[in-house]
Design a protein. Structure first.
Length: 202
């Protein structure tokens, strides 16, 4: 069934997602909602209908909501997900057709996966995760909810990434490593030891 999709977040991620939905699915983006963009502004042919707080007034205009909140606001994103679930707003997932996902892998709700990514055997991608271009999540690895994996991130087997983590472009995580919640891993990092305390690692 063709769906009408609204996107929360009219920034770069939201515009990327609108492009993907328009050109690589049968669904249609009918509106953006954004707290920092002028109401009724047109972005890539799509109107900004209002702020986050006005979104519920338009529930009858769309079928599902995509949350396109970038890596700088991951903890905020987690609270937004819970808020919209309480309002019984259905959340939208987009998986680019140029993605390889093993049949045994499990993908949550409100997940965005960019082209070129590979999700391996028995991998688990939890709710509200963003996986950017050409990311590899290898066998038996898990990515926690609301985390964001930058382009060309490579996660080896049996890795556990916590909730609300950001892994910058080109990050490599060795096999059998755990990273706790709320961690930022800088671009080009090589993670070879467990990270047990939240923080920024470069």
């Amino acid at each position: 069934m063709n769906k009408k999709v609204a996107i929360l977040g009219a920034g770069v991620l939201g515009q990327h997602l609108a492009h993907f939905i328009t050109h690589y699915s049968k669904n249609k983006v009918i509106a953006f909602f954004d707290d920092s963009v002028e109401k009724n502004k047109i972005i890539e042919g799509i109107p900004v209908l209002g702020t986050k707080n006005e979104l519920s007034n338009f529930k009858n205009k769309f079928d599902e909501l995509a949350i396109a909140i970038g890596y700088k606001h991951l903890e905020k994103k987690e609270s937004l997900v819970q808020e919209f679930k309480k309002l019984k707003i259905n959340l939208y997932s987009f998986i680019h057709p140029n993605t390889i996902i093993d049949k045994s892998a499990k993908i949550g709700q409100n997940v965005i996966i960019f082209p070129g990514s590979i999700i391996g055997r028995n991998a688990i991608i939890n709710d509200s995760v963003v996986i950017h271009n050409n990311v590899v999540v290898s066998h038996d690895s898990k990515v926690g909810s609301c985390s964001f994996l930058g382009p060309n991130t490579a996660i080896a087997g049996n890795v556990s990434i916590g909730n609300s983590c950001f892994l910058g472009i080109g990050t490599i995580v060795k096999d059998n490593i755990s990273i706790t919640d709320n961690c930022i891993i800088g671009a080009g990092s090589l993670v070879i030891k467990p990270i047990l305390e939240k923080g920024t690692y470069i």
